[in-house]
Design a protein around this ligand. Structure first.
Ligand SMILES: [Zn+2]
Ligand SMILES: [Zn+2]
Length: 336
């Protein structure tokens, strides 16, 4: 399929790749085209393509299966659970991304996006990470042999993944708190409050004593990738609760914790900690439904996640300046 790329979202992963801390080019190439958070329009399809047509809007699944016949997750279409590590990722690992005017891809890695979502569809890829995390956390919570009642959720970090995570928690009826570095009363805390969640700044409340102020939580979604915060999270859990880790800390990051007490708590309180990365096709499909729900519940807050849209020439500046929530490179603004 030939795709005309409309928009590409930038994130911390792109920044790390640009700093040569992460990622790798396709075999035999000395460069990698960035761009894993895509939104594109189908221009032309091959003879054997049936489900998509020219003019359709699509988002590409980032991770692609490894070639190993023994890799059951990849053979089952769930390369996000690949066990060999030989998968590729478009725009990240050994495969070019979508930060280009045109791109080629296969039908099986593209997910059709409903037109009404076009102006926020660049958020689908980061939201898939949260949707998958939610499905996995739900599976763990479903082990509980009783009705939990009103559940409380905590999000650590107010970047795009954290804020999308807060939306998922709120939409699922959780009483939700977001904890991040930005001051209370700032843009992010206003956005969090617009969802019906509350915001606590790390500037006014150390994480170690956060639960004294807010109470404990049934689900904690970590989206900061800072080891001391990640290790502090289990201490904020209610009995039977679950911590979901999505941030990627620096290799070699060290922090001091009293392991005896942490491990003891995990056992005596039936708690769970798990990590999650990437997402499969099913997560992309549920993400689209989730985003449609968000656009009914809090459309303005969703739109505010996209801080700026700029042409390709400004991509480098947006990557290096950072700032804002989600910065987007606009390649082809609308259907030609
Ligand atoms: Zn990303
Ligand atoms: Zn695999």
């Amino acid at each position: 399929m030939l795709l005309r790329v409309r928009e590409v979202g930038l994130c911390g992963t792109d920044r790390e790749i640009s700093a040569f801390e992460y990622g790798s080019p396709p075999p035999g190439s000395d460069r990698l085209i960035l761009g894993h958070e895509s939104l594109a329009e189908v221009v032309e399809v091959g003879r054997r393509v049936h489900s998509l047509h020219p003019g359709d809007l699509v988002v590409a699944i980032v991770r692609r299966p490894c070639p190993d016949a023994e890799c059951r997750p990849c053979r089952a279409g769930r390369s996000d659970f690949c066990i060999t590590g030989h998968f590729t990722e478009r725009g990240i690992k050994q495969a070019d991304g979508f930060l280009a005017e045109y791109a080629l891809d296969d039908e099986e890695y593209l997910v059709k996006v409903p037109r009404p979502l076009a102006d926020v569809a660049v958020l689908i890829e980061p939201l898939t990470v949260v949707s998958k995390a939610a499905v996995q956390a739900r599976a763990i919570l479903d082990r509980l042999p009783y009705e939990p009642g009103l559940q409380r959720g905590l999000v650590l970090g107010a970047g795009p993944v954290g804020l999308l995570g807060a939306m998922v928690l709120v939409a699922n009826g959780f009483e939700t708190v977001v904890y991040s570095r930005e001051p209370e009363g700032g843009d992010k805390s206003t956005l969090v409050q617009s969802l019906g969640a509350s915001y606590v700044s790390a500037a006014s409340q150390p994480i170690e004593t956060l639960a004294e102020k807010t109470g404990e939580f049934d689900v904690i979604l970590e989206a900061v990738g800072f080891a001391p915060v990640m290790m502090a999270a289990p201490r904020l859990l209610r009995p039977n609760g679950v911590v979901v880790l999505t941030g990627i800390p620096a290799d070699g990051a060290a922090t001091e914790i009293v392991v005896g007490r942490s491990l003891r708590d995990l056992v005596l309180k039936n708690q769970a900690i798990f990590g999650t990365v990437n997402a499969g096709r099913r997560d992309y499909l549920s993400t689209i439904q989730q985003l449609e729900q968000f656009m009914t519940l809090f459309p303005d807050s969703v739109r505010k996640l996209i801080t700026q849209r700029r042409p390709l020439g400004e991509a480098v500046r947006m990557l290096t300046d950072g700032g804002g929530i989600k910065n987007v490179v606009q390649l082809h603004p609308r259907a030609a």
